[in-house]
Structures are given as structure tokens and as C-alpha cells.
Design a protein around this ligand. Structure first.
Ligand code: ADP
Ligand code: MG
Length: 320
């Protein structure tokens, strides 16, 4: 039912960047090694993602657009240790309810690609594509003008989209990724090691002014860069924190970071960091909200202590 779909879509499709995030995660889940993102008018007019992933078989295209059709979970048990990003099977259906959606995909080994428009009653048509999948979303909220009113300016919506692409670029330095807006190329990143990718995305000045973080204890580890407290003024602030590859805004981690900086040097209220926390998936709940920048740790005190000590030790160690 379209109305219910449109209401449910509000959960997932908050703005162009939230569509983009879901589509990027689908491309990663499909094992892509190269992803191209084309946007027009802040992603409101067009979001086009081209990937080189496993593709979708002709007969599964229609299913992919159906709510709760996910190829990623076989049983409820899987929910506990879900490793892929997508597992709710509602992103594409939600997008199709509030925008014009088209998917062109060629499954590995298929003779050619198929294209399906996300309209009622549409059938797959033969299409040309070398490999992988192209997902095109046009005219977000064309059929729900009340929602359209809540969109911000083109530059604001674009900034959110660019953040989504940058976050993916940070978590997956092994994946080539490019971003084009209104025909202008913003970046084209080749596969790189993590330090180099962080330099390209956050800035070489940030990496140069940072300490390397490298800590592990049992089921939890922390890697990345944290700005040297004495040089905190040199790089623009920004907290890029990822938990098991997902960008998060987490109060526990944020608090641990501030405390560690405060105890080493008075200052750096919002220390610039780019940190990757890896934790046993059984010790964190990532299914808190569809927008998924929140996580819930089973033992948040343990996480706080670990992050605090890892950063505190890193900052307190004299540089040779
Ligand atoms: P979920 O990701 O939660 O499974 P989605 O609605 O995002 O749900 O996607 C539905 C299904 O469509 C996926 O499970 C996957 O099988 C398929 N799919 C979507 N995008 C891609 C892609 N870029 N490459 C391959 N398969 C895809
Ligand atoms: Mg998905």
C-alpha cells in the first residue's frame, strides 16, 4: 500500500544523503571494489550510483524493490551477528515510494543486464551494462510535496551527501570511489592504505599533526589518528568515529575522548580524531534506528575505559 510505504519511508529517507548512504551500503554489501557517485542539485534531482559488485539477477530485481525482501538474513539468529550493512530489506522499497527509482544490473555471468523501474507493474527490460549495478534515484519527494518543503538548500543537502561519501571512503580505503556534483568532479580516490586515504579525505595536515592510535584488548580494538594535543589548533575539528565500519555519533566514546584530552592537556574540547573501533559484533547493538548513527554497547563502561586509556596512553607517550 503506497501510503503506508510513504509513511514508512520517512524513517529511512530523511533527505538525499540518507538515500545515498543506503545505496552505498548496498554497493559495499555486493562486494564492489569501485563505486561512482553522480549527484545533481544536492541529490534531490538525481543520485546515481554505479558499482562493480555482484549484480542482481533478472528475477530478483522486482524482489529487491519489495519491502522486507533482503538477501542478507536467513534467520533471526543472523540479526545477532549481522556483518553486512543492510539487513532490514526496506531501503529500496522506501526509496521507490518517494522518488523515481530505476535499477540496472548485470549479474556475474549473465549475458546482458536488466533494467527495472520502480513503478507499479513495471517489468524488467533488457539493458546494456558491462557489470555490476547502476541505481538511479530521481526527483526525491516528487509525489510527497509536504516532505519536499523540509529539504534544505542545494548546498546543504549536497554537503550531507558529500559527508556520506567521505565516511564510506574512510571506512573502505580498499574501494575506489569518486564523487561528481552537477557535472563537476569533487574527488576520485584510488584504492589506498588507511593512512593515505585519511590524508586524502580529512587532510594531510590532520595526519601530520596527529598521533597514531593502535590499541587492542580482547574483543575490542582502536586504530586511527588522534590530533596531537599541542597541535589541536592546526587542523580543523572533526570527530570521525567508526564502530565496526559504521560512522557513529556516540556519547560514550565522545566523552572518553574529551576526558583523555583533558587529562593530558587542558584544551582540545572537541579533539579532531579519525578512529576506528572494532568490537565483537555480539557486544554491540547496531539496530537501534534505521539511520544507524547510534549504537548501543552491551558494556558501555568497558568501552569507555578502553577508549579513554587507549587515547590517554597514546597522547602521553613522548614522541621519539
Ligand atoms: P537490504 O540491503 O536491507 O537487504 P535493500 O532494500 O537495501 O535491503 O536492498 C534489497 C536487496 O537488493 C538487497 O538485499 C540485495 O539483494 C539487492 N541489492 C540492492 N542494491 C544492490 C547492489 N548495488 N548490488 C547488488 N545487489 C543489490
Ligand atoms: Mg540495503
Amino acid at each position: 500500500d503506497l501510503l503506508i510505504s510513504q509513511i514508512a519511508a520517512g524513517e529511512v529517507v530523511e533527505r538525499p544523503a540518507s538515500v545515498l548512504k543506503e545505496l552505498l551500503e548496498n554497493s559495499l554489501d555486493a562486494g564492489s571494489t569501485a563505486i561512482q557517485v553522480h549527484l545533481e542539485e544536492g541529490g534531490v534531482k538525481l543520485i546515481r550510483i554505479t558499482d562493480d559488485g555482484c549484480g542482481i539477477a533478472r528475477d530478483e530485481l522486482a524482489l529487491a524493490l519489495t519491502r522486507h525482501a533482503t538477501s542478507k538474513i536467513a534467520s533471526l539468529d543472523d540479526l545477532e551477528r549481522v556483518a553486512s550493512f543492510g539487513f532490514r530489506g526496506e531501503a529500496l522499497a522506501s526509496v521507490a515510494a518517494v522518488a523515481r527509482l530505476a535499477i540496472t544490473s548485470r549479474e556475474r555471468g549473465a549475458a546482458h543486464a536488466w533494467k527495472l523501474r520502480g513503478e507499479n507493474g513495471a517489468a524488467p527490460e533488457p539493458a546494456a551494462l558491462m557489470a555490476g549495478t547502476v541505481v538511479e534515484m530521481r526527483d526525491l519527494y516528487y509525489n510527497t510535496p509536504a516532505r519536499r518543503k523540509f529539504l534544505k538548500s542545494e548546498s546543504t543537502e549536497f554537503a550531507h551527501c558529500a559527508d556520506a561519501v567521505r565516511r564510506l571512503a574512510l571506512t573502505r580505503p580498499d574501494v575506489a570511489i569518486s564523487l561528481t556534483h552537477n557535472g563537476r568532479s569533487l574527488f576520485q580516490l584510488a584504492p589506498a592504505d588507511r593512512a593515505r586515504r585519511i590524508g586524502e579525505v580529512v587532510g594531510d595536515d590532520f595526519v601530520a599533526a596527529s598521533r597514531t592510535v593502535d590499541a587492542a584488548a580482547g574483543p575490542i580494538s582502536l586504530h586511527g589518528f588522534a590530533i596531537d594535543p599541542t597541535r589541536a589548533g592546526e587542523a580543523k575539528d572533526g570527530q570521525n568515529v567508526f564502530v565496526n565500519g559504521r560512522f557513529v555519533r556516540d556519547k560514550i566514546i565522545g566523552h572518553a575522548l574529551r576526558e583523555a584530552y583533558r587529562d593530558v592537556l587542558h584544551g582540545a574540547r572537541q579533539p579532531a580524531v579519525c578512529l576506528f573501533l572494532e568490537i565483537d559484533p555480539g557486544l554491540v547493538d547496531v539496530n537501534v534506528h534505521p539511520a544507524k548513527t547510534e549504537v548501543r554497547f552491551r558494556d558501555s563502561r568497558a568501552v569507555h575505559q578502553f577508549v579513554y586509556h587507549a587515547i590517554q596512553r597514546t597522547l602521553a607517550t613522548p614522541i621519539q
